[in-house]
Design a protein around this ligand. Structure first.
Ligand code: LHQ
Length: 263
């Protein structure tokens, strides 16, 4: 598949997806959804990919749904927005969460509506200091979608989730980091280098262990302590047989840096 509204590249263990409709702040079209889904499937099928990086081109990260798209336009006939969620947004969020690789979102500018929640669906969110986050849904009479009502209270608590979702204020990257909505806010001048350092580190990490860790942490919210302990046991059992565990322990005992292969 040829891409027109995103870019995809995989090199040195890093699969990179860049949303590329900068003139519309990388807002979602049906075409972009199709391309993104295809690129995610490519990354998942590429054994050389050890980390996925998602970012945007230009001054925005993603402004959510392209509101000028006829498919979502409130016309004479009532529009079925649920169909768009079912077909595009929900599978995208689940694909990111279930990808057996760490997913880094580099928020290079404003993240609004489904764009903000797309970022929150990623495992590590790093934003440049000039970026911002807006739960824009309340401004057009909608509910936060793409997992917004799931992620927000879990990340920042109900009081802040309510404020963000009911008021639709634009919050800065620093505020988002201070509240624990994202991992890190970095000076614009250092942003690119910080993102490269982060994905470079993850591309050399024990990938299976990180995938299992992500799975366990996400399962935790819906699990009892006993259930979570069972899951940890099962995952540890599996990882104890991995080449990277052997390498990690051997390298520690040899007092040398480990050379993980992701297997
Ligand atoms: C846009 C958009 C945009 C089109 C900026 N669409 N053009 C799911 C299922 C189905 C239906 C509905 O939705 C959903 C999920 C959702 O995501 S709902 C939420 C949709 N998103 C929004 O409501 C955000 C709308 N955008 C904004 O509020 C602002 O543009 C933000 C706060 C993102 C940025 O503000 P500024 O930095 O002041 O930029 P701007 O507003 O000047 O935008 C730049 C251009 O991008 C502008 O076009 P123009 O031709 O005037 O230069 C905007 O019209 C266009 N644009 N967002 N979502």
């Amino acid at each position: 598949m040829n891409y027109e509204q995103i870019r995809y590249q995989c090199a040195s263990g890093i699969a990179r997806i860049t949303l590329a409709r900068p003139e519309r702040l990388n807002s979602f079209t049906v075409q972009m959804h199709g391309e993104l889904r295809d690129a995610l499937a490519r990354a998942a099928a590429d054994a050389s990919a050890r980390v996925l990086l998602l970012t945007g081109e230009g001054r925005g990260f993603c402004a959510g749904q392209d509101l000028s798209d006829r498919a979502v336009a409130p016309g004479a006939e009532p529009v079925d927005l649920g169909a768009s969620i079912e077909r595009y947004y929900a599978p995208l969020v689940l694909a990111l969460r279930e990808l057996p690789l760490p997913v880094v979102c580099a928020v290079n500018g404003v993240a609004a509506g489904a764009g903000a929640n797309l970022a929150l669906a990623c495992d590590l969110v790093v934003a440049c200091r000039s970026a911002s986050f807006v739960q824009a849904f309340c401004r057009i009479g909608l509910v936060p979608d793409s997992g917004g009502t799931y992620f927000l209270p879990r990340l920042v608590g109900t009081a802040r989730a309510m404020g963000l979702a009911l008021l639709g204020d634009r919050i800065s990257a620093d505020q988002a980091a201070a509240w624990g909505l994202i991992w890190l806010s970095v000076d614009d001048a250092e942003f690119e280098a910080a993102v490269e350092a982060l994905v470079g580190q993850l591309a050399k990490a024990p990938t299976r262990g990180l995938a299992a860790t992500k799975r366990a942490l996400y399962a935790s919210a819906g699990n009892t302590l006993a259930g979570q302990l069972d899951l940890e046991r099962d995952l540890q059992r599996e990882l104890g047989r991995s080449a990277d565990y052997r390498e990690g322990v051997t390298a520690f005992l040899d007092k040398r840096p480990p050379q993980f292969t992701g297997r």
